[in-house]
Every structure is written in C-alpha cells, then in structure tokens.
Design a protein around this ligand. Structure first.
Ligand SMILES: Cc1cc2nc3c(=O)[nH]c(=O)nc-3n(C[C@H](O)[C@H](O)[C@H](O)COP(=O)(O)OP(=O)(O)OC[C@H]3O[C@@H](n4cnc5c(N)ncnc54)[C@H](O)[C@@H]3O)c2cc1C
Length: 504
C-alpha cells in the first residue's frame, strides 16, 4: 500500500480498523456498505478502554452520511434518542448578556449577486433595528421551538435551511456496529499491545493483541481516539499543538432531566468564566458539559460551576475528559490513516468532530485504491484534511477573540492573544469590506462567518457599494416583506416536541 507498490490484485484490500468509537464504527459501516467489493473490514476494539462517548451535537452533513449508507432516519433517531437541530445559540460570548443563533441556513436572499448581509448592513447603519436573525428561517424557527423538514424548493423561504441531529453519543457507535456487521464487517474484542512494521518500507503489516492474536492487513485505520496507537505511537507522526490559541483542555460532563415544556431544536453554548458550557436537548434528557482551560480553573471549581448551572440535579456522576487542541502533521502516513480523535481535536464549540470523521471517510472512499495507492492519493487526502482543520481552527478562535469581555483572566487572554495570520486577514477583510473569504468547499461558508461576526458585534462600517443601488424605502419594504414571510412560514410549522412524537 505504500508508494507505487501494487496492492494484492487477486484479493480485496484487508482494512484493519483499530478502535470502535464513533470514528471506528462510522468508518467500518461506510466501507462495508460503500466498498464491499474492494475491501474486507476487520475492527478491533477494547471494551476495557471504552469510548469517549460524548459528542451529542452534529452538523447537517451527517444526514447525507445516514442516507448514503441506506440507514432509515426514523430508526436511527429512535435508537439514539435524537432530536432535530437548527443551529447553535451562543450566549455571553461577545459580551455578557448577548445572544445569537448561528443557524444552519442562509440569511434572506442575495439580490443582483450581492449578499443579503450587505443590504442589512446598509439599513442597520441607517438605524434599522431588526437583528439579522429575523431574516433566517432557521433562527426564527429555533427561537419558536418549531420544526419541520425543509421542502425541496430552495427558492422557497420556508425551505431555506438545513438541519442536523442531537443524539446520545453512547448509542451511535452500537447502532453503526449492527449496520456494519450485517454487511460483513468483522469485529474482534481485544487490547492492541503490539504493532509489527515492515523493516524496509516502514508500513504496518500486523497488529498483535494481548491474548497473542495477530491480525494482518494492507491498510490500517487508526480510530483509537486520543491514544493514537498507530499514527502517534507506531508511526510517530508529529502533533501540531494549537493550545496557545484554543486553551480549553478539559471538560466535565453531566446529564440532567429534561424540564417540562418543549424541546429546543438547537444546541446552546454559554460562555463561562474559563470556557463555555454546552446544553444539548435529547428526547430523554439534557446533555451538559463545561469545556474549560485548566490553566484558569480547577477541576473542582469547574464541576461546581457546571452542577450549579444545571436545571435539575445531575443524573450521573460528572465525567472528566482531557484533550489538547491540534492535529497530526499528516493524517495519512504510509499505510496508516487516522480518523477521529487520533487525527486531531477541536473543541466541540461548533460540533465539528463528527463532521471531520465523516469528511475523512468520504475522502477515503473517494481515494480508495482501485489497484494501488499513490503518493498523490495520500497528499491529496492530507491536503484536504489540513485545509478543513486549519479553517475550523480559525473559525473557533474567532468566537473567543471577538469579545469585549474582560471579566476573567481567561477572557482577557483570548481577547488580547495574537491570532493566526490567516484569521487576522479574514477579520481585516470583513471589517474593511464586509466580505467573507471565499472557498468553494468545506465547512462554514459565508452565512456562518456573518452569524458569528455580527453576533459578536464585529460590525463593518461599510458594505458592498452595489447594495446602495435600490431606493431606501423600497429596500425597507422588501426587508419587511421578507421578515413577515419568514415569520408566517414559521408560524405554520409544528412544535418541535410534537413533531418528534409524531415522527416516532
Ligand atoms: C468533551 C467533548 C465533547 C464533544 N462533543 C462533541 C460534539 O458535540 N459533536 C461532535 O461532533 N463531536 C464531539 N466530540 C468529539 C467526539 O466525541 C469524537 O469525535 C467521537 O466520539 C470520535 O471519537 P473516536 O472514535 O475517535 O475515539 P473514542 O471514542 O475514544 O474511541 C477510541 C476507540 O479505540 C479503542 N482503543 C483505544 N486503545 C485501544 C487498544 N490499545 N486496543 C484496542 N482498542 C483500543 C477504544 O476501545 C475505543 O473503542 C466531543 C469530544 C469531547 C472530548
């Protein structure tokens, strides 16, 4: 599998996956479903070690994964106690008391090729008070706790949004396991204790387990989580550390009972003294956690702050997790490819980890060697993974850096720290021209950046001059009609909790 060495033409490629968390079973399910003629799949996991098992909020892309694997959405949602998600509400980030929703979907509609937010900025600077969220169907529906699946006409305002899921992460991997095993994936329970490498090529040829079993393969996928047994251990691939920009390195998590009333179709992130707290409503409980910087807060104080903030007593002992922001210098080295926490970690502020797993799997399936793996395949894969990680890193840093908070050492640090040049350039472009750096693929396109910039009070003084062309009164009427149309469309949507019940 290395360089130009042909793979064994007479057989399917033997894929060995180390790790049975979300990353491992997503990979196994995808390969068993999408490449059954090309690969055999053998997954090794150790229940003694267990899985991270947090990761309850997702992005709309997961729907495509579920659909492509032929998974029935209703069955998947029932098995994982899932709710629908229209975006993330950020509280207290730009300043204490502030709140905005980063929606899955656009604001308004572009007019004559000019983005809607330019028109909004023009009217905002003229004194108009309606927040930009009033022009997003996802924001208005989320705030009203209403939900329906979008229709197929993208020009219809009522359909101008996407949705994702909030689910019980401990149930996702077992659900996918059943799917993968039904399609021929093999599973072995055991602790990996050794890795055999070819002396000449450096490729991994086999892993050995504590009970002496030896499992050979052609392609090894490291889904061993933070342990990174193959990519970090055997291949010793360097780690690029980003903790100077993203200092949160701990989390404490605890579920609590759902309050009476509705179920919010959105995740909430509330800024705290030394990080932020998530709140994720599922059908049977609320998931909560405090992501914090251990340089600024002790474990005990973080736990107390989380428990104090819960709506009801915790349903389980608080769980403590440790991590570091960053990524492997290369995710695919030789015949070892890392997916999930083994390849990198970005805190869950924008629910990006499972997306990154999915993106890597999609690339793997697309690059899946028909006959041989070339350096170009590996380089192409690594370049895409790097680009995604680097852009997400900048997007997350923006949430911290774009603040006026000076109420704790943590917020003083992130407000005043030196940010990556790539983010400084993006912010300068926005401030000067109200333009968002464009890229054609990947995560978080223009509306997402607009949501966070405006939500955190980074408001440019100018806008695209073409937005000055329409007559002011006519523009006001058009904006009012848009708001009214969205409000009317949302008013016809069912209550989210009732919709879930009807769909169950
Ligand atoms: C606090 C926190 C909150 C998060 N929230 C979100 C979120 O809201 N949304 C989101 O998308 N993501 C979130 N994530 C990330 C998400 O949890 C992970 O991306 C996802 O669970 C994938 O984990 P994994 O499969 O890579 O690793 P793990 O779940 O750690 O699985 C590792 C596997 O490797 C196995 N293993 C390890 N060593 C050995 C060995 N020696 N022998 C055999 N097996 C071994 C383990 O048994 C396990 O099966 C969050 C992460 C954290 C830490």
């Amino acid at each position: 599998m290395r360089g130009e060495r042909p793979v064994r033409a007479e057989q399917r490629i033997r894929v060995v996956i180390v790790g049975g968390g979300t990353a491992g079973w997503m990979t196994a399910a995808a390969l068993a479903t999408l490449a059954p003629g090309a690969a055999t799949v053998h997954l090794v996991e150790s229940q003694e070690i267990g899985i991270v098992g947090v990761g309850e909020a997702t992005l709309p892309h997961l729907r495509a994964f579920v659909a492509r694997l032929g998974i029935d959405e209703a069955a998947f949602m029932a098995a994982t106690h899932a709710t629908f998600k229209l975006g993330i509400e950020f509280r207290d980030f730009g300043a204490i008391g502030d709140s905005y929703i980063h929606p899955f979907g656009s604001y308004g509609r572009p007019l004559d090729g000019v983005g809607f937010h330019h028109y909004w900025l023009r009217r905002h600077h003229a004194g108009a008070t309606a927040p930009i969220g009033d022009y997003s169907t996802a924001v208005v529906a989320a705030a009203a706790q209403r939900f329906t699946r979008p229709g197929s006409d993208p020009h219809d305002l009522a359909s101008a949004f996407g949705y994702a899921y909030q689910f019980d992460a401990t149930r996702f991997a077992p659900f996918l396991r059943a799917h993968a095993e039904a399609r021929g994936a093999l599973r072995t329970e055991g602790l990996v204790t050794g890795v055999d490498r070819d002396a000449d090529s450096g490729d991994v040829v086999a892993i050995t387990l504590a009970d002496g079993q030896r499992i050979e393969g052609d392609l090894f996928i490291d889904c061993s989580g933070f342990r990174a047994l193959l990519i970090g251990g055997a291949m010793d691939e360097a780690w690029e550390d980003w903790s100077h920009w993203l200092p949160c390195d701990r989390a404490v998590a605890a579920p609590c009972a759902s309050p009476a009333g509705g179920i919010e179709p959105y995740t909430r992130a509330t800024a705290m003294a030394a990080g932020w707290r998530w709140r994720i409503p599922l059908t049977h409980r609320i998931g909560n956690g405090y992501v914090y910087s251990s340089a600024h807060l002790s474990e005990g104080a973080a736990t107390d702050a989380l428990v104090d903030a819960l709506e009801s007593p915790p349903l389980a002992e608080p769980r403590h997790l440790r991590f570091r922001a960053g990524r492997r210098r290369r995710s695919w080295v030789g015949n070892v490819l890392s997916i999930g926490l083994a390849s990198g970690f970005l805190e869950p502020l924008e629910s990006t980890s499972i997306y990154l797993v999915q993106m890597a799997i999609t690339q793997l399936v697309e690059h899946f060697p028909a006959a041989r793996v070339t350096d170009a395949d590996r380089d192409g894969f690594n370049a895409l993974v790097d680009a995604e990680y680097d852009r997400l890193r900048d997007f997350l840093i923006l949430h911290y850096h774009a603040t006026t908070r000076d109420d704790s050492p943590f917020w003083d640090h992130v407000r005043t720290m030196t940010i990556p040049d790539s983010l400084a350039e993006k912010m300068a472009l926005w401030r000067q021209t109200a333009q968002v750096s464009r890229y054609s693929h990947g995560l978080f396109l223009e509306p997402s950046w607009v949501a966070v910039y405006l939500g955190q009070n980074v408001v440019p003084d100018g806008w695209d001059p073409r937005a000055d062309l329409p007559d002011g009164a006519a523009l006001d009427r058009a904006l009012a009609a848009l708001r009214g149309g969205i409000a009317a469309a949302v008013a016809t949507m069912p209550d989210h909790a009732a919709y879930l019940q009807a769909a169950a």
